[in-house]
Design a protein around this ligand. Structure first.
Ligand SMILES: Cc1ncc(COP(=O)(O)O)c(C=O)c1O
Length: 443
């Protein structure tokens, strides 16, 4: 029997000094976990409860927590160099070279520390090079916390079709410049571009819509976006903060064969250490004021920090091994296949989705092409399933539509245990349907 006494005490202590007890809006989670250790695929809370983890901190840990090689590289970097903050470091050069080697659109690279900083810089650059103001994003996508893009992620049904900012205090003038389209809906994109002819600076998208689980682009969608943006002089930005490095060294653009003008990277790039990148075509990137002829301001005290660079270089070294992606994708395929088998055995109305190391079960009948399709998901069942799994030591974020991640450190045995627990929990839930009242509880 798991107890949570220390978790609760420490959570109360956290709430005294941290608003809501957590440092990021989506980290608040039942039943008040306070984590004290992580290694490989296992995380441990303040009551020494262990969990096989599939949250992976929203995605960064692609090799597993506390990877020895990455941690050793970080220790070495700390010994060799702190933060110098003038000129550049050897680590920054080497990492930029690696990204240019692997990512198709990358001719030049700039580093920052979070995905939000990278997408902010991408939007600023797109506006500068086009002398236009408007940006198109897709319903369900998340690109960071800034006013330019923090809107229309998991919107209430009545908010669809209008601006739905994530935050009070957002600047209305910034929100107004962002246009929302439906993913996989080319007519919507064409109509929007036509209605704002000559005004759209950039289209930004997650090439796989992972912030609402896993919604894949339909054949031809990304190619058509490339064509439209070329035709209309719009900057095409792939936000590969999740897909980059997790699905392949060259990001999803290498897999799908569509090369954007700019790409943002983060998360898996450094297996849990903070670093992000914006890369793209030389003529665009040289507009940044880091270049002597540039006029687009780009700055940050901690940009290109040796710790993040060393962690990224060590992570990429592991990802470059021939066996890495086949192993990650193999685990993902097994998980999806066997979860689908469980669902058909139990006769559940559910759809297993995923790509590579990402997987999740939606409680709806497919197909899933965009956010509107996901309004049919049984959110109460989705969350209850995950809460019950947590009680059995399997950690999947108990929040509607959130994806799960496998890492290189997950073993076949851990996958087997997860599948057994999943079948058991689902079987019980089939027998005892989730109460209608629980439908309101989505986190
Ligand atoms: C696709 C995508 N872009 C950008 C971001 C923002 O990254 P960060 O949280 O590092 O600012 C996220 C974060 O989840 C993301 O999923």
């Amino acid at each position: 029997m798991r107890t949570y006494t220390n978790n609760e005490k420490r959570y109360q202590a956290a709430c005294e000094v941290i608003p809501g007890g957590v440092n990021s809006s989506l980290r608040r989670c039942w039943p008040y976990p306070v984590f004290v250790r992580s290694k490989g695929a296992v995380i441990t809370d303040a009551d020494n409860n262990e969990y096989i983890d599939y949250h992976a901190a929203f995605g960064p840990n692609v090799l597993g927590y506390n990877d020895d090689a990455v941690d050793a590289a970080v220790s070495q970097a700390i010994e060799d160099i702190g933060l110098i903050g003038v000129g550049t470091t050897e680590q920054e050069i080497q990492l930029a070279q690696k990204i240019c080697q692997h990512v198709p659109c990358a001719e030049k690279v700039l580093f920052s520390n979070s995905g939000s900083e990278a997408t902010y810089a991408a939007i600023r650059l797109a506006r500068a090079v086009t002398s236009r103001k408007k940006i198109i994003k897709f319903q369900g996508a998340y690109h960071g916390w800034h006013d330019y893009l923090a809107m229309n992620v998991i919107s209430a049904p009545e908010k669809l079709g209008e601006r739905d900012p994530l935050s009070a205090g957002s600047l209305p003038e910034a929100i107004e410049q962002t246009l929302i389209c439906s993913f996989n809906d080319l007519d919507d994109v064409e109509d929007t571009v036509r209605a704002h002819k000559g005004e759209v600076a950039g289209i930004i998208l997650e090439p796989i819509l992972h912030n609402i689980g896993c919604v894949l682009p339909q054949p031809g969608f990304l190619e058509a976006l490339r064509e439209i943006t070329r035709r209309e002089g719009i900057v095409l930005i792939f936000d590969e903060v999740i897909t980059g490095f997790r699905h392949g060294l060259g990001g999803y653009q290498k897999i799908c064969g569509v090369t954007p003008d700019l790409t943002t990277l983060g998360k898996s790039m450094a297996n849990g250490y903070p670093i992000s990148a914006l890369c793209g075509k030389r003529e665009l990137m040289d507009r940044f004021r880091t270049h002597p002829d540039g006029d687009v301001f780009f700055a940050g005290t901690f940009n290109g920090h040796p710790v993040g660079c060393a962690a990224a270089l060590a992570t990429i070294e592991v990802l470059e091994r021939e066996s890495t992606y086949p192993h990650l994708f193999g685990l993902g395929e097994r998980m999806r296949k066997e979860l689908s088998e469980i669902i058909s055995r139990l006769g559940l109305k559910a759809t297993v989705a995923g790509f590579g190391s990402v997987f999740l079960t939606y409680f709806l009948e497919g197909p899933v092409r965009n956010y509107s399709d996901l309004l049919r998901n049984d959110a109460a069942l989705f969350v209850k399933y995950r809460k019950d799994l947590i009680q059995r030591g399997i950690f999947k974020l108990p929040m509607n539509l959130k994806r799960n991640h496998l890492t290189l450190s997950h073993t076949e045995e851990q996958v087997s245990r997860t599948l057994e627990a999943s079948e058991d929990v689902l079987q019980r839930l089939v027998k005892q349907p989730v109460a209608a009242g629980a439908r309101e509880s989505q986190s």
